[in-house]
Design a binder for this molecule. Structure first.
Ligand code: C2O
Ligand code: CU
Ligand code: CU
Length: 488
């Protein structure tokens, strides 16, 4: 279970003794005000620049960690705001000492602009690409998608959020004041050594189960607190963790009003008391702070599969008791700040997925984790339909405009399954109805057993820059649980 600030202070004290360090500075480091990533609003200019760079980040107030970020940030990148139907000219420059590719997760754009593993940006090089965006407003994101290195790069910080906007949130009655009543929360877990340095050293177990850490960061910050106005607050949640699945709730028992899933608004808010968020997924929630009381965003502990956990987590029954929950983000209210929005809107006006699947062809996708990886020579211990990912093997090709139904089968544990270049509709989960958090438009779905999804391929992806489909547990992705297809 993730550590609290108090645990870490204890640990830091011990480390101070062991390493002869001057004790705790955590008291000063933690507990600050939560910062938003800087906002880069490209809705007017239609252009933005990202410069990938290395820097030093002091996460815990002890030793610094060498991290990667974009532009002014040593860790993570700015939030990009783009018009949902526009041409955005992106320029991505690499000042790191190794190549990376940058994928726009959730953008429905052609393969040549997708930024998958076939499009590495060399050290010193700039990738200029036109993002021809035409899809519903949503919170999507960007992250490194480098062959065999995605997990490591995202841990280092090559990720950020994107807001696709149509500028009509006022009409919807949605908070949209960045960092005030509209918070972007990039949730990630990390491991630290005793000196306070973030470490990414996946062992065999981590490669099998995914790498989780015992410290939760929000926007790269540990122990920071959000201060919100008195009224309705929108949380745009992005699970940017390599492997950890969250099951979010309000400690004070506030209702979570779900208004958007990965790639679009719901038609109307849906009240839930917990929200599952798997790696790669986004969700937008409204919370009502008009009573002025503070709260804590918490998550219950979920063990995903594993030899010790005794199989899969049970679908729909993942809620633990408050006892085994851990803190994500303290939220307090500044009563002197009046919120612009003071009630939960009745309608959001999003279009719920309702795909025409008559005549759709079917495809079976089996996600396979290699058990007993120690007996294998290859690092590719994971696979899809018996094949580990290979750069030069296309798994299949689909016709542009075709609709397909994919049956995704997970094994041993739950896998967040993601497809590039499309948004999809979840048709069923384990043969039954779709859970609420999967009822809107999705690009990533946690498959815990079996799920059926319907996809329509509207964008071309030649064999040279095909679309990926993969598990978004990044150790699984890098370990071969990925395939690629062209759209012709
Ligand atoms: Cu978010 Cu193929 O990745
Ligand atoms: Cu993607
Ligand atoms: Cu997986």
């Amino acid at each position: 279970m993730p550590l609290t600030r108090r645990d870490l202070m204890k640990r830091a004290g011990a480390a101070g003794l062991v390493a002869g360090l001057p004790g705790l500075s955590l008291a000063q480091a933690g507990g600050g005000l939560l910062q938003m990533p800087p906002l880069v609003d490209a809705t007017t200019s239609g252009a933005f620049d990202l410069l990938a760079r290395s820097g030093e980040t002091n996460f815990l107030g002890q030793n610094t960690t060498t991290t990667w970020g974009f532009n002014d940030q040593a860790f993570l990148g700015p939030t990009l705001r783009l018009a949902h139907n526009s041409l955005a000219k992106a320029s991505v420059r690499n000042s790191l000492d190794e190549p990376f590719s940058l994928h726009w997760h959730g953008l429905e754009i052609p393969g040549h602009a997708d930024g998958g593993p076939h499009q590495p940006i060399a050290t010193g090089a700039t990738w200029s690409v036109d993002l021809d965006i035409n899809q519903p407003p949503a919170t999507v994101w960007y992250h490194s998608h480098t062959h065999l290195r995605t997990a490591d790069h995202v841990q280092k910080g090559l990720a950020g959020a994107i807001q696709l906007t149509d500028g009509r949130d006022d009409e919807r009655g949605l908070p949209s004041d960045y960092g005030t009543d509209d918070l972007t929360l990039v949730i990630q877990d990390r491991r630290f050594d005793r000196s306070g340095r973030a470490v990414y050293d996946p062992g065999m177990h981590d490669r099998m189960m995914g790498f989780t850490g015992d410290v939760i960061l929000v926007n790269g910050q540990f122990g920071a607190q959000a201060v919100v106005p008195k009224g309705i607050v929108r949380l745009r949640l992005l699970n940017g963790s390599n492997a950890r699945i969250y099951n979010l709730a309000s400690r004070a028992g506030r209702t979570l009003h779900l208004v958007a899933t990965d790639t679009g608004f719901l038609d109307r808010p849906v009240a839930v008391d917990r929200l599952q968020l798997a790696p790669g997924e986004r969700a937008e929630l409204l919370l009502d702070f008009s009573d002025g009381t503070s709260d804590m965003l918490v998550s219950s502990s979920i063990t995903n599969g594993g030899m010790m956990g005794g199989g899969m987590m049970s679908g729909g029954m993942m809620g633990g008791s408050a006892r085994d929950s851990f803190d994500i983000l303290p939220i307090s209210v500044d009563p002197s700040r009046r919120a612009r929005i003071d009630r939960i809107p009745e309608n959001i006006g999003g279009t719920m997925p309702n795909m025409d699947i008559r005549g759709a062809s079917r495809r079976d996708i089996a996600l396979q984790s290699g058990m007993g990886g120690m007996f294998r020579r290859s690092r590719n211990q994971h696979s899809i339909n018996g094949n580990s990912f290979e750069m030069d093997r296309l798994n299949f090709s689909v016709q542009r405009g075709a609709t397909e139904i994919w049956t995704i089968d997970g094994q041993n544990m739950a896998h967040p399954f993601h497809v590039h270049g499309v948004r999809f509709q979840v048709l069923s989960e384990n043969g039954g109805p779709v859970s609420i958090h999967n009822s809107g438009w999705k690009d990533t779905v946690l498959v815990n057993g079996r799920a059926e999804i319907a996809l329509r391929f509207d964008h071309l992806a030649p064999a040279s820059t095909p679309f990926m489909f993969h598990c978004h547990i990044l150790e699984h992705e890098d370990g071969g649980m990925m395939g690629q297809f062209s759209v012709v």
